[in-house]
Design a protein around this ligand. Structure first.
Ligand SMILES: *Cc1c(COP(=O)(O)O)cnc(C)c1O
Length: 393
């Protein structure tokens, strides 16, 4: 692997597995479960870690290594592991670092499956958790217990786009000796680098902006070398490995991530600004709009506002459903971070299993719509959404 000290835009393009004897320009795909040994002695040396090289694709693979190397450069991390999905990354970070009796502090508005891991899977092994309100850091101190070992947050949160001050949280976790894990899916490494603000581990679902085209599942964890060694051990032996094909696809996608994220932000800013004027809309939430309650923090912490816009319809849950049915171009699907604009009504879909009270606690009001703004022409995106709004009113 080439060691790169170049601009990130260059590094995501030029970090590459060395070419094979065919002198191919794009990286080859190494769809092989294992790698051959030159001799009995070579096999012994590889297993004894006296020689460097691939052994078996659950341990490592050239495509997976290329993808990890790019992600480490993007997040300013030392070491990483790539996994079969974002959720296998979250699960591995928690199960690989926690012991029975440990306690986790989490922001309340974590991803739905992260909530299921915390509330229904880890308790079976004696690991407990508490939720803290993301936008009220002054309430966090009393939630820390002697056995609290790890803190996990998502900022901006899904779908309400609330933030937590990562520099503050980095200090807080250091002073309480907590491992800080940040789910950086919404911001992407282009807009926010939590490690530079004190996070120990950053998690990504590669399924979202990293692939950016809705083609496959993957996840990645990058961070401090010592913690990541434990996670390399945990994942090599428990086996939620990323397929070489998906690693190749994500690594190729990363070549355009800086460009794509800029355009996602351009389009999202245009949509958010335009929706603020629309009579059917009670409020718009977008981190880089001055109307966002944490605008100052968003400006300081995120290079741009990101690709997700949420808004509340005047007519609540019924209008939310009428709005989705009136869309012609935007897709109705549960993904985000795709080149195609996607609209979701969390109260009737992704968060319908919560009670209304639980939804309100994480900022999901009845008429809240989440739009993952894609890369189509902004006039077409705004046109489709405004027309559907007019029809739904
Ligand atoms: C999608 C998502 C995940 C889970 O990733 P998968 O690849 O679907 O397993 C975790 N966190 C956030 C914020 C997500 O959007």
């Amino acid at each position: 692997m080439l060691e790169q000290k170049r601009h990130l835009e260059t590094a995501v393009i030029r970090t590459q597995t060395p070419a094979s004897g065919h002198r191919e320009h794009a990286s080859s795909i190494y769809m092989t479960s294992s790698f051959t040994f030159e001799s009995a002695e070579h096999a012994r040396a590889l297993f004894a870690k006296e020689a460097e090289g691939q052994i078996y694709s659950r341990y490592g693979n050239p495509n997976v290594d290329e993808f990890i190397a790019k992600m480490c450069q993007l997040e300013g991390a030392e070491t990483g592991v790539a996994l079969a999905s974002g959720m296998s990354a979250v699960f591995s970070a928690l199960a690989g670092l926690l012991n029975s009796g440990d306690h986790v502090l989490a922001s309340r508005s974590v991803f739905g499956s992260t909530h299921q891991i915390l509330s229904r899977i880890l308790p079976r092994w004696g690991i407990s958790y508490s939720y803290a309100e993301i936008a009220q850091p002054e309430t966090w101190e009393v939630l820390v217990r002697p056995e609290t070992r790890l803190c996990i947050v998502e900022t901006p949160s899904n779908p309400a786009l609330d933030l937590i001050d990562l520099a503050w949280l980095g200090d807080f976790c250091r002073s309480h000796n907590l491992i800080l894990v940040v789910d950086n899916v919404f911001a992407t490494p282009i807009l926010q680098n939590p490690i530079s603000l004190g996070a120990n581990i950053v998690m990504h679902s590669a399924t979202k902006y990293i692939d950016g085209q809705g083609r496959g599942l993957g996840g990645v964890l990058v961070g401090d070398h010592a913690l990541m060694q434990d996670l390399v051990f945990f994942t090599r032996h428990s086996g939620p490995s990323l397929s070489p094909f998906n690693a190749w696809m994500f690594s190729k996608s990363l070549e355009t991530l800086p460009l794509r994220v800029e355009r996602h932000c351009d389009n999202a800013e245009k949509l958010a600004t335009c929706l603020e004027q629309h009579p059917q809309i009670a409020f718009v939430k977008y981190p880089h709009l001055p109307s966002h309650p944490q605008y100052e923090l968003a400006k300081r912490q995120m290079r741009r506002g990101g690709g997700i816009v949420t808004f509340e319809l005047e007519g609540g849950i019924d209008q939310g459903r009428r709005f989705l049915d009136a869309l012609e171009m935007c897709s109705l699907t549960a993904n985000l971070g795709d080149s195609r604009t996607i609209a979701t009504h969390p109260a009737s879909t992704t968060h319908s299993s919560l009670t209304e009270e639980e939804r309100l606690a994480v900022g999901i009001t009845p008429g809240l719509v989440r739009v993952s703004v894609g890369l189509e022409h902004p006039d077409d995106i705004v046109g489709d959404i405004v027309r559907a709004l007019d029809m739904s009113g």
